[in-house]
Design a protein around this ligand. Structure first.
Ligand SMILES: Nc1ncnc2c1ncn2[C@@H]1O[C@H](COP(=O)(O)OP(=O)(O)O)[C@@H](O)[C@H]1O
Ligand SMILES: [Mg+2]
Length: 149
């Protein structure tokens, strides 16, 4: 897979050049490299947020051509909705995927308990520590049952 971006000057910038990577089901894989080497770019292609410029990405033998089912992507930056409570941030995934709100709320409360945030459901992201925001993001990612498809 190769990924090129267009820079603001209109030039082509190659972020990833001809990389082949295979991750087996159940494998724990860490991609380590210097800043700017293309780690986040790789994850953006796998999650389906972007498309490769050349080559292809497959998840469970299916070419990625939309948002990838069964994949959760926890962003490097806190990608929480600042206007939503902790609970609202965690239940949004299942609600958007069609789970009734009551059921999604129960699930979200359980995930918040699992990440050590029981009692913080009504807070807003700016009222949390950085580590707590990361744990909200983790609960919001895992509640969608990644790996189940
Ligand atoms: N949308 C974009 N437009 C232009 N260049 C980009 C874009 N996104 C990332 N890049 C460039 O691609 C390279 C890889 O970025 P990234 O994958 O975010 O690095 P990292 O390995 O630190 O996660 C960097 O040089 C970055 O500047
Ligand atoms: Mg990165």
């Amino acid at each position: 897979m190769t990924k090129r971006y267009l820079t603001p000057k209109g030039e082509t910038f190659t972020a990833i050049n001809d990389v082949t990577l295979r991750v087996e089901p159940g494998e724990f894989c860490a991609i380590v490299g210097p800043t700017g080497c293309g780690k986040s770019t790789t994850l953006a292609q796998v999650s389906g947020l972007e498309r490769p410029s050349a080559g292809s990405v497959r998840v469970h033998d299916q070419i990625v051509d939309g948002i990838t089912n069964g994949v959760s992507y926890m962003f490097q930056a806190d990608a929480l909705f600042p206007w939503k409570t902790v609970l609202g941030n965690v239940l949004i995934g299942p609600v958007l995927l069609g789970t009734p709100k009551k059921e999604a709320t129960l699930l979200a409360r359980d995930w918040l308990r699992r990440v050590g945030l029981a009692g913080f459901e009504d807070r807003y992201p700016h009222q949390l520590s950085g580590g707590m925001r990361k744990r909200v993001a983790m609960a919001a990612a895992l509640i969608n049952n990644p790996g189940s498809c």
